[in-house]
Design a protein around this ligand. Structure first.
Ligand SMILES: [Zn+2]
Length: 274
């Protein structure tokens, strides 16, 4: 008997962070409560159904990959922005971090010769010989393709990230990519942001820019703005403005790749919108 396998469009397949969220929920002893219960939130974007932004999810082929090492609770937070990286960057991997154990799949990934992993962390916390501020020259060796950059991001609060960095001996052999002040200030100026702490998807965007993936970096930064708008409007029970500057910018950047449908933004207007 032939078994029918349903065809799932790529954009609706669960990505690494949504799979990790499902694993984490399955392990939960008591139910995790985010405002607006699970039934009110879209499983694709974690925002209330009325403010769903799944139709805006860009998915770009990139040379770089992302590896999110997530603090225990992060995959459960509807505001976690590692999720946005997994939306945009096709080759995103996500693992739960624990002090006393390590996911063997993470070790396999870090040892995979197709990747050159970098731990993204401030350089002042390690010996200078480990610190890099730009990608290593692509090693061309005996007919093997150049290694692809893999950015290891610690997705956690700042205090947790410090602990994760110190207590993960399997990261000790990797170069530490330290984002330099010039790059950070350029980013702040362009986005008129003054915060001293970047969220995970902003760090991801800076890494993509360092890897010369300028368009993907722009898409990820703009997608964060769009997500933030949908998230806050839902929280404040206000309608989505589908034509504000970030939506227009995202449309301009990804007209051809948004969900594979150029006019998807207009097609997916919420019924309450004119
Ligand atoms: Zn959604």
């Amino acid at each position: 008997m032939t078994k029918m396998i349903p065809q799932i469009p790529v954009a609706t397949m669960p990505h690494a962070v949504s799979r990790l969220r499902a694993e984490r929920l399955a392990r939960a002893v008591k139910p995790f409560r985010a405002r607006g219960g699970p039934s009110e939130r879209c499983p694709g974007c974690r925002v209330m159904h009325s403010h769903c932004l799944c139709a805006l999810r860009p998915n770009l082929p990139t040379q770089a990959g992302m590896c999110l090492l997530m603090a225990d609770i992060e995959p459960l937070k509807p505001s976690n922005t590692g999720w946005l990286i997994a939306d945009v960057v096709a080759d995103t991997f996500a693992y739960s971090w624990a002090r006393t154990s390590v996911d063997p799949r993470l070790l396999t990934l870090l040892a995979d010769p197709q990747w050159q992993p970098y731990v993204v962390f401030p350089g002042e916390f390690v010996t200078p010989d480990r610190v890099v501020t730009a990608l290593l020259p692509a090693a061309v060796n005996a007919g093997h393709p150049a290694k692809r950059p893999l950015f290891v991001l610690l997705d956690a609060t700042w205090a947790e990230a410090g602990k994760m960095f110190r207590k993960s001996p399997y990261l000790n052999h990797l170069p530490v990519l330290s984002l330099h002040p010039e790059q950070i200030s350029t980013y702040r100026l362009r986005r008129s942001t003054h915060t001293n702490h970047f969220c995970t998807s902003e760090v991801g965007a800076l890494c993509l820019a360092l890897a010369s993936e300028v368009r993907a970096a722009e898409v990820l930064a703009t997608y964060l703005d769009v997500f933030t708008h949908h998230y806050l409007q839902a929280k404040n029970q206000q309608p989505v403005n589908w034509d504000d500057a970030p939506h227009q910018r995202l449309r301009g950047l990804c007209g051809q790749v948004l969900g594979g449908q150029p006019q998807v933004l207009n097609a997916q207007r919420h019924p309450s919108q004119p």
